[in-house]
Design a protein. Structure first.
Length: 95
């Protein structure tokens, strides 16, 4: 999916004086993981709220919440791994 791109600070990415356009799936995943439920105006039911899991040892709940949000977002073929060190590996595709 092509969309407006953001830089590492989530500001508009500018290239050659124009707003950058490109593949936004990874960017979309990052925003979905970082936002809390209710923070995304058009889809208030989405949002993992990753920061709330910062000092939590319950990774199964985190994995389930990510899986549910990705599926609610309309993606299939989800490959998700949540590792004990906090690393998250997520691969998916739009329907």
């Amino acid at each position: 999916m092509e969309d407006i791109l953001l830089d590492d600070d989530f500001d508009l990415k500018i290239e050659n004086g124009d707003i950058a356009i490109g593949s936004s799936l990874k960017q979309h995943d990052a925003l979905l993981l970082l936002c809390n439920t209710g923070e995304l105006r058009r889809t208030p039911y989405l949002g993992v709220g990753l920061i709330s899991y910062l000092n939590d040892d319950e990774l199964v709940g985190l994995r389930d919440k990510i899986q549910k949000n990705i599926e609610l977002d309309g993606r299939r073929g989800v490959h998700l791994q949540v590792y004990g060190n906090g690393k998250i590996q997520l691969e998916s595709a739009w329907q």
